[in-house]
Design a binder for this molecule. Structure first.
Ligand code: FMN
Length: 176
């Protein structure tokens, strides 16, 4: 049986708005490494179905996308960030994290700068709903801040935007 909406979303994000974090625009590929540096504080993966892309576009924030294809230059995070990740797999376990996201997090700098994760999924998958967010949060020891379905609702957009503002403000007060 599906969990009630509030439980499904598991909101760890605070609910009042705070100062927006400014980020520098991403630079082009670095010739020496082939990596594309990004100062975005919201990094996401989305497959060709683009649900997660549509959700993050509605946030109106500076974002960077983990490339879909292995031939594309990989991203390199240069500032602390929150990762938005959809779940693929349906059977649970580590196969639920898209391989492109595993590759991104295998870079030590990307792993070290991760501060939180927002999971995307579909409640039709029952206990495996947003499992990729759970797995990354456990492995990287960061909070699973929020869960949303498919491309998110207007309420999800508001709550994530307010929560991210508060999250970054609090973090800047406790970590230098
Ligand atoms: C083959 C397949 C497996 C999926 N497995 C899960 C799953 O285990 N848990 C879940 O919550 N959602 C699962 N989903 C739903 C996706 O996470 C959801 O459609 C998401 O919005 C896809 O994001 P994207 O379009 O940005 O790639 C699955 C979708 C597909 C197509």
């Amino acid at each position: 049986m599906a969990a009630p909406a509030a439980q499904r979303n598991h909101v760890a994000l605070p609910t009042h708005a705070a100062q927006r974090v400014e980020v520098s625009p991403p630079a082009g590929p670095q010739k020496e490494t082939g990596l594309v540096p990004t100062g975005s504080q919201l990094i996401y993966f989305s497959s060709s179905s683009e649900n997660t892309s549509r959700f993050v576009a509605k946030l109106g924030r500076e974002v960077a996308r983990i490339p879909l294809y292995a031939k594309d230059a990989p991203l390199l995070a240069t500032r602390p960030y929150v990762l938005v990740v959809p779940t693929y797999g349906g059977t649970g376990g580590e196969g639920s994290v898209p391989k492109q996201v595993i590759r991104f997090l295998n870079n030590p700098q990307n792993r070290q700068l991760l501060r939180g994760v927002i999971g995307a999924g579909n409640t039709n998958f029952g206990d495996n709903y947003c499992m990729a967010g759970d797995i990354i949060a456990a492995k990287c020891q960061v909070p699973h801040l929020y869960r949303f379905e498919l491309m998110g609702t207007p309420e999800d957009v508001t709550r994530v935007n307010q929560g991210l503002d508060t999250f970054w403000t609090r973090l800047s007060q406790t970590q230098k």
